[in-house]
Design a protein around this ligand. Structure first.
Ligand SMILES: Nc1nc2c(ncn2[C@@H]2O[C@H](COP(=O)(O)OP(=O)(O)OP(=O)(O)O)[C@@H](O)[C@H]2O)c(=O)[nH]1
Length: 628
C-alpha cells in the first residue's frame, strides 16, 4: 500500500510540477542526501522516487518529501510511530522548497506541523493559518491541474498532505485517494476522504463558531469565495470582522453553536440586519457593548434623567397635600393614646352601673392616674355627682362632663403669646430641663415669628453642648435668623449680654435665648440662670420680657416639680407643652395648669416646624376626653 501511495502522489505531482521544476534543476542532489539521511529504512522507496524525479524535474522531489513521509507514516504511524516520522519530514521540506515554485508546499508544511503537535481539538486556532496557506498553492496548481480532469484529485493531494499532518490519524487519508485508482482495497479510505476533506473546512468552522458574531461578517466575504477557497480566504476576512464586532465577542459562547451553520448561507443578509439591530439597541444592550455605550450615552442619559425627575416630582408633591391635616386632627391624633387610656378606663367604670360613691371614687382614681391631677379629678366627679348621682350614667356622658370641666381649668391658662415690641428687642428666655424640647421649640417659634414679618435673632446660650449650638444654627438657617454663639464652655450670661447688644444694634424685633437645662447640678444651673437674668436686666430692667419653659408631657408628674423649680429660679411666665404626640400622659398639662396657673402658649405635637400650635383649652379638653 505504501508503495502505491508514493507512486501515485509522485506521478500526479510530477505531471503538474514538471513544467515548473525545469527552472530549478540543481536541487535534485540535495534531495538525495536529505532523503537518505532522514529515512534509511525508506531507501527502498526513495530510489524509486529519485529515479523518476531526476529525469523529469525538481517538482517531483518537492512533492516526495511531503508525500514520502506520510507514506511511511501510514505503515508505521498506524502502529504509533507517526509522531517521530512527521518531524523528519519537516527538515526535507524546506530544502526542496528552496527552489521557488515548491514554496507553497513548504508553507503548508510548517503550518501543518503545529497541527500534529496539537492533534487534539485545540489546534483549531493553528489550523486557521492553514487555510490561508492552502489558497496560495491552490491558485498555482489550478492552472496546471485544471486542464486535466484529475484536477480535483490533484488538488486533493496537497490537502491530504496538509490534512494528514494536522491529524496523524488522518495521515492515511492521502492514500484514500490512491484507492481511487485501486478501488478494491482503497474503498474504505475513499469513503474516509470526503469526511476528511470536509473536516478540514470543519476545523475552521469551530473557530468560526467560537467567533460566532464575526462569522456573520465573514459570511459576507464568503460569497465571492464560495466553495473550497472559502476557508482559506475566510481566514483573513474573519480576523477583520472579529476585530470590529469584538464588542459582541462575549455573546459568541452560547449562540455560536447554533448560529454557525445558518450564518453562512444568509450571511450577507444577516450581517446587515444584525448591525442595524445593534445600533438602535445600545440602550437595551449597554452591558455587552462597553465601548459604544459612551458614544450612545445621550440615549440612556435622557432616560435616567426623565425617570429621576418624575420620581422626585411625584412623591414630593403628592404626599404633601395628603399629609395636610387640621391642627385639631393632628392634636387629637397626638393625644390618642392619652384619650384611649382615659376613656377606656372610664367606660370600664360605668358599664352597667349606676352612679354612686363607689363609681365616683373609681372615676376619681382613673382621672388621677391619667395625670389630670387631684384638683381636676375632684372637679369632674363633683360635676358628675351633681347632675347624675343615683342614675344610670354612660361613659359618653361622663366623658362629656370631663371635657367641660377640663376646659374650664385650661381656659385660664390658654393664652396667646403677646410680644411687647416696644422693647427692641423683645427678649424671650427659654428654659427647661435638657431634652424637653427647648431648641426645637425655639426653632418652631422663630419660624412663626419670621413668617409673621418679625426680625428674629437667636442666641446659643447652651454653651455646654456643641450639639445644641449646632442644632440652633440649623434652625437659624431654616428661619433665616442670625445666630449668636460662642465657644463651647463659654459663659452663658456673657453670651446673652452680647446677643442682647447685637440684637439691639441690628434692630431685631425678637431675641430668643437658648439655655442649658442641667438638673444634674441644680445649684450651678440655678446660678447660671440667675446670672443671665441679672445681666439682661442691666441692658433692660424688664428683660427678659418672656421666660418660656418647655415641659415634656412624657415626664408625667415630674413636670410639676420642674415648673416649680424654673418658675422660682428664672421667673417662668409661660409654658410650652412639648411631645404631646404619642404620649399617654397628656393629662399632666391640666394638672400643671391647675396648680401653677401659668399661661400655656403653645403645645408641640411633633418635631417638624409646623408641629407647634397655640394652645386651645377647648380643643385640648375634647381631644383628651375623646369627645368629637
Ligand atoms: N415627638 C416630639 N419630639 C419633640 C418635640 N419637641 C422636641 N422634640 C424632640 O426632642 C428632642 C430634644 O429636643 P431639644 O430641642 O434638643 O431639647 P432641648 O431641651 O433643647 O435639649 P438640650 O439641648 O439637651 O437642652 C429632639 O429630638 C426633638 O426633636 C415634640 O413636640 N414632639
Amino acid at each position: 500500500m505504501a508503495g502505491f501511495f508514493k507512486k501515485i502522489f509522485s506521478f500526479g505531482k510530477k505531471e503538474v510540477v514538471e513544467e515548473r521544476i525545469d527552472e530549478t534543476a540543481p536541487l535534485p542532489p540535495i534531495k538525495w542526501d536529505a532523503l537518505e539521511a532522514l529515512k534509511p529504512a525508506a531507501e527502498q522507496t526513495v530510489p524509486e522516487f529519485l529515479k523518476r524525479d531526476e529525469p523529469e524535474a525538481e517538482a517531483a522531489p518537492s512533492v516526495e518529501p511531503a508525500s514520502a513521509p506520510p507514506v511511511e507514516a501510514e505503515a508505521e504511524p498506524q502502529p504509533e510511530e507517526p509522531k517521530p516520522e512527521p518531524t523528519p519530514t519537516i527538515p526535507p521540506a524546506p530544502e526542496p522548497i528552496v527552489p521557488s515554485e515548491p514554496e507553497p508546499l513548504p508553507e503548508p508544511e510548517p503550518i501543518e506541523e503545529p497541527a500534529p503537535e496539537t492533534p487534539a481539538e485545540p489546534p483549531a486556532p493553528e489550523e486557521i493559518p492553514t487555510p490561508p496557506v492552502v489558497p496560495e498553492p491552490a491558485p498555482e496548481p489550478q492552472p496546471q491541474e485544471v486542464p486535466p480532469a484529475p484536477a480535483e484529485p490533484e488538488i486533493a493531494p496537497p490537502r491530504p498532505e496538509t490534512q494528514p499532518e494536522p491529524a496523524p490519524a488522518e495521515v492515511p487519508t492521502p492514500p484514500a485517494e490512491v484507492p481511487a485508482e485501486t478501488p478494491a482495497p482503497e474503498i474504505p479510505p475513499a469513503e474516509v476522504l470526503p469526511p476528511v476533506r470536509q473536516p478540514a473546512p470543519i476545523d475552521p468552522e469551530p473557530l468560526r463558531a467560537e467567533i460566532a458574531p464575526e462569522i456573520e461578517a465573514a459570511a459576507t466575504l464568503e460569497p465571492p469565495l464560495k466553495e473550497e477557497v472559502a476557508p482559506a480566504s475566510i481566514a483573513e476576512p474573519v480576523l477583520q470582522p472579529v476585530v470590529e464586532p469584538s464588542p459582541a465577542a462575549p455573546e459568541p459562547e452560547a449562540p455560536p453553536a447554533e448560529i454557525p451553520p445558518p450564518i453562512r448561507q444568509p450571511a450577507p443578509v444577516e450581517t446587515q440586519p444584525v448591525r442595524a439591530e445593534i445600533a438602535p439597541e445600545p440602550e437595551a444592550i449597554p452591558a455587552p457593548q462597553p465601548a459604544p455605550q459612551p458614544k450612545t450615552a445621550p440615549v440612556p442619559g435622557k432616560v435616567t434623567v426623565t425617570r429621576k425627575v418624575e420620581q422626585k416630582a411625584e412623591p414630593q408633591k403628592a404626599p404633601e397635600p395628603v399629609q395636610r391635616r387640621s391642627w385639631f386632627q393632628r392634636m387629637k391624633d397626638g393625644l390618642a393614646r392619652s384619650s384611649r387610656e382615659l376613656t377606656g378606663n372610664i367606660a370600664g367604670v360605668f358599664t352597667k352601673r349606676k352612679l354612686d360613691e363607689d363609681t365616683l371614687q373609681d372615676l376619681e382614681d382613673v382621672l388621677i392616674r391619667a395625670d389630670l391631677g387631684m384638683e381636676t379629678a375632684l372637679r369632674v366627679t363633683d360635676a358628675l355627682a351633681a347632675s347624675r348621682y343615683g342614675k344610670d350614667v354612660s361613659d359618653t356622658e361622663v366623658r362629656a362632663i370631663m371635657a367641660a370641666e377640663v376646659e374650664k381649668v385650661l381656659t385660664h391658662v390658654a393664652m396667646p403669646l403677646e410680644l411687647d415690641l416696644s422693647h427692641k428687642p423683645h427678649v424671650i428666655l427659654v428654659v427647661g430641663v435638657n431634652g424637653t424640647g427647648k431648641t426645637t421649640t425655639i426653632g418652631k417659634l422663630a419660624a412663626k415669628l419670621t413668617d409673621g414679618g418679625l426680625s428674629v435673632m437667636l442666641a446659643a446660650g447652651d454653651t455646654f453642648r456643641a450639639a445644641a449650638i449646632e442644632q440652633l444654627k440649623i434652625w437659624g438657617e431654616r428661619t433665616k435668623s442670625p445666630v449668636i454663639a460662642s465657644k463651647l464652655g463659654a459663659d452663658a450670661a456673657g453670651l446673652a449680654y452680647d446677643a442682647f447688644e447685637r440684637a439691639r444694634e441690628a434692630g431685631s424685633d425678637v431675641l430668643i435665648i437658648d439655655t442649658a437645662g442641667r438638673l444634674q447640678n441644680k445649684t450651678e444651673l440655678m446660678a447660671e440662670l440667675e446670672k443671665i437674668v441679672r445681666v439682661l436686666g442691666k441692658l433692660d430692667p424688664e428683660a427678659p420680657h418672656t421666660v418660656l419653659q418647655t415641659v415634656d408631657a412624657t415626664t408625667g408628674q415630674n413636670a410639676l416639680n420642674q415648673v416649680e423649680i424654673f418658675r422660682n429660679v428664672a421667673g417662668v411666665n409661660g409654658l410650652v407643652m412639648t411631645k404631646l404626640d404619642g404620649t399617654a400622659r397628656g393629662g399632666i398639662l391640666v394638672a400643671i395648669a391647675a396648680k401653677h396657673k401659668l399661661p400655656v402658649y403653645f403645645i408641640g405635637v411633633g418635631e417638624q416646624v409646623d408641629d407647634l400650635e397655640p394652645f386651645s383649652a377647648s380643643e385640648f379638653a375634647r381631644a383628651i376626653a375623646g369627645v368629637a
